[in-house]
Design a protein around this ligand. Structure first.
Ligand code: KG4
Ligand code: ZN
Length: 356
């Protein structure tokens, strides 16, 4: 059995978890998430400086609780991992310094983890995780990407958002409608009471320089602007804003765009499995639509467990353990953090000379 202590502080959740892997079965021994949502909600979004300070306040308690709940001591931990990219640099630094300090103190190997590899590893806790190759739709507050995962876990980004990520669009539209932060869960709640076909909102596409449109890429800022114009028009007429109908129409269009492009991507790559992970993967309309539309094309959909869609450290632990399963991966204790790192470059985190 291999056990990892994993730490995640890339945005506004301070998280630590102990995860073990026995013969390919991944088990969560503890999963502590201290959310800072309350601290940021009055500002309508994450304030990076505030997030870093909060991580610093909480990190010690969160790690201690993860160790205590898992009922382990540091001698029983084989490896310590933390998210090192992409994310808010000040926030990433707190988790990474904590992890590397523990590694130095207890003489444990360190694994720096790519946050998106963490998200896609959340699928390892599902009942019947697929074997690569497969396509991953990663939809979070910072990213909307279609990634092809190969047999040796090599990753190739096939599509991405050119502007706002889907989660970011949920957050911005939520703010526009006067809903609470984060917008995703608030829009989902409001949408339940609304008519999703009440408003016709645009499904924005990215033009291909060679003609036509890029099939697997996304754009959500035009959709957000369309909602803004719609609300302005309604307000001008002094009519009460039909928040529920706007929320439902917006949610439907986002789900349709994500579903159509993901399914096309799986079909064009001659694959059968589609994995859906990240904060927006918690959205029930998206989950249901993805399953029903994929079934029509005989595509198997694997949804991240609901409780692991948003940021947590268990997924970081699973990413570390599956790296160890594949080979002798270890990061330098000199590895720093970075706001950006394409997923295709995740392997560089294990180079003797670190990329940053
Ligand atoms: O993965 P995550 O926790 O953090 C990032 O790595 O970005 O995702 C957070 C994002 C936020 O934008 C939030 O509004 C969105 O996920 N989200 C949702 C739902 N729950 C969280 N979006 C739509 N429906 C939800 N139920
Ligand atoms: Zn995330």
């Amino acid at each position: 059995m291999t056990k990892v202590l994993a730490i995640e502080t890339s945005c506004d959740e301070t998280a630590a978890s102990v995860v073990s892997n026995k013969k390919g079965i991944y088990t969560i021994n503890s999963n502590v998430v201290a959310s800072q949502i309350k601290d940021h909600s009055k500002w309508g979004g994450v304030v990076p400086e505030l997030a870093a300070r909060k991580h610093l306040e909480l990190i010690h308690f969160v790690i201690s609780e993860a160790i205590e709940v898992a009922d382990v001591n540091y001698q029983e931990i084989d490896v310590i991992a933390s998210t090192v990219a992409p994310g808010l640099v000040g926030s990433l630094r707190i988790g990474s310094v904590a992890a590397r300090t523990l590694c130095a103190f207890y003489s444990k190997p360190f694994l720096g983890i790519h946050h998106l590899e963490g998200h896609l590893s959340s699928i390892l806790f599902s009942e019947n995780p697929p074997k690569p190759p497969f396509i991953v739709l990663l939809v979070s507050g910072g990213h909307t990407e279609l990634i092809k995962v190969g047999e040796r876990r090599e990753m190739e980004r096939l599509g991405r958002s050119y502007d706002d990520a889907a989660g970011e669009a949920f957050d911005k539209v939520g703010r526009l409608l006067g809903l609470s932060y984060p917008g995703g869960p608030a829009i989902e709640k409001a949408a339940k009471e609304g008519d999703s076909f009440k408003f016709d909102l645009p499904k924005c596409k990215i033009s291909d320089k060679k003609g036509g449109f890029l099939k697997y890429d996304f754009s959500f800022s035009g959709l957000k602007t369309a909602v803004l114009r719609l609300t302005e028009k309604i307000n001008k007429n002094n009519v009460t804003l039909p928040i529920e109908d706007i929320a439902a129409s917006f949610e439907r269009v986002v789900a349709e765009v994500l579903v159509e492009r993901s399914i096309n991507c799986v079909i064009d790559n001659d694959l059968l499995d589609l994995v859906v992970v990240g904060g927006v993967a918690a959205n029930n309309t998206l989950r249901k639509m993805m399953i029903s539309e994929a079934a029509k094309k005989s595509i198997r959909v694997h949804l991240a467990p609901l409780y692991l869609c948003t940021d947590n450290a268990a997924m970081i632990g699973a990413a570390a353990l599956s790296r160890l399963n594949m080979g002798d991966y270890e990061s330098s204790l000199k590895l720093g953090v970075s706001a950006r790192l394409p997923i295709d470059e995740a392997l560089s985190l294990y180079h003797k000379i670190p990329p940053f």
